[in-house]
Design a binder for this molecule. Structure first.
Ligand SMILES: *Cc1c(COP(=O)(O)O)cnc(C)c1O
Length: 381
């Protein structure tokens, strides 16, 4: 019986190493509220990401939501964003009483099309919230230019891009956390780097760091002075400890993901009708995802059929991202995907194939063989 293959599997450390890391928590009995592990992880992440301030939070969603809140935008302000993302990005805007304005995406990187942002700017626009989709980096230079011209904040949803670096036009390499006013990460169990649940807001601005410190703790400045309508979004010590241990092994995990990525390329390249994961030049990828577009016109069969066949073989890929967030049930009648046709097309073709550090290369072969034989069996050619 072949084993079940899921789209992802969490990176998990050696048990003894984790137990060792949490021993001091049992001594201190300090379980949450910015304890020793929390402080240590923030410090290590600042170094790893090359950024002055890292504010740990309970998950990536709250990183987005509290970042938006931290800027005190006027109610009803417009945020230019992408529909080709996890629903969290759009919810974060709406839950802040702001209005998402959907911009179409680039057909290669699947990130927001920076050339289409400017015509969406109105006098109500307050921010741009782009997403580094599948770890592809947005056109950060163009976005910075637009933001400067119209005095907008840029809040990156960098949930897919942890630890990546990119060489820009000037040839200098920069960490992904350094773009925009803030960059938000998710450390959810399914991400390249995890703290079980968790996230962080990165910036070079101490004011933002201090605001977030309060916002994630009920807006409490000190016991008798509550300065904001805060939430409870603190990362606990056991999660921070998980992060400290996982961070040590991250380079190995990424190297193993890279092997999986390369195996897919070897097996699936040069097939008319398949478009494989794009990695832009100058990018040091974290190999978080392996999305493939299936072109029905060329293949004679569509993404859903491939997905169904994989499932018959106990292989669970994911239609990621489908539906678009502007087509989500909850937003029917409120938003629409009419103005984002490229996102509609890609969302209808994309299937994220399984990728994780411990995915055996034999299993990658098995996945590819199922896809290839289905194309040969049913396809037109
Ligand atoms: C995972 C993810 C989030 C949400 O992060 P959580 O830690 O699950 O709350 C937001 N945006 C994108 C693009 C994500 O992939």
């Amino acid at each position: 019986m072949p084993n079940v293959i899921r789209v992802t599997q969490s990176s998990i450390p050696n048990l003894e190493e984790y137990v060792d890391e949490i021993k001091s928590i049992f001594g201190s009995k300090w379980l949450t509220n910015m304890g020793e592990k929390h402080q240590e992880l923030e410090k290590q992440l600042m170094k790893y990401l090359g950024i002055n301030y890292v504010s740990l939070v309970v998950n990536g969603h709250m990183a987005l939501e509290l970042s938006l809140q931290a800027f005190d935008f006027p109610e009803g302000g417009e945020v230019i964003t992408t529909p080709f993302t996890f629903i969290s990005t759009t919810h974060a805007v709406v839950r802040n009483n702001l209005t998402p304005v959907f911009c179409d995406i680039d057909p290669d990187t699947y990130c927001i099309d920076a050339n289409k942002i400017e015509k969406l700017v109105t006098d109500k626009t307050v921010a741009i919230m782009p997403v580094h989709v599948y770890g592809n980096i947005c056109d950060v230079e163009k976005i910075a230019e637009i933001a400067k011209k119209y005095n907008l904040k840029v809040i990156y949803d960098a949930a897919h891009a942890f630890g990546e670096k990119i060489k820009l036009g000037d040839g200098k390499e920069r960490g992904v956390a350094t773009f925009g006013d803030v960059s938000c990460f998710s450390f959810h169990a399914t991400k390249v780097f995890n703290t079980i649940e968790g996230g962080a807001v990165c910036s070079n601005d101490e004011t933002i760091y201090k605001k977030l410190y309060n916002l994630k703790n009920f807006g409490i400045r000190d016991a008798e002075y509550i300065e904001a309508v805060g939430a409870n979004a603190k990362m606990n010590e056991f999660s921070a400890a998980m992060g400290l241990v996982n961070l040590r092994h991250l380079p190995d995990e990424i190297a193993k993901r890279k092997n999986v990525h390369e195996r897919y390329l070897k097996k699936l390249s040069n097939i008319d009708g398949l478009k494989l994961n794009y990695i832009g030049s100058g990018l040091t990828s974290n190999y978080g995802y392996f999305p493939v577009l299936f072109d029905e016109e060329k293949l004679g069969l569509n993404r859903d059929e491939i997905d169904g066949t994989l499932q018959e073989h106990d292989i669970y890929a994911r239609k990621y991202f489908y539906p678009l967030t502007n087509d989500a049930q909850v937003y029917k009648g409120r938003f629409s995907s009419v103005s984002t046709p490229i996102a509609v097309k890609i969302s209808g073709q994309v299937l994220a194939l399984p990728i994780y550090a411990d995915l055996a290369l034999d299993d990658v072969d098995r996945i590819c063989d199922v896809i290839l034989s289905e194309i040969n069996r049913k396809g037109k050619k």
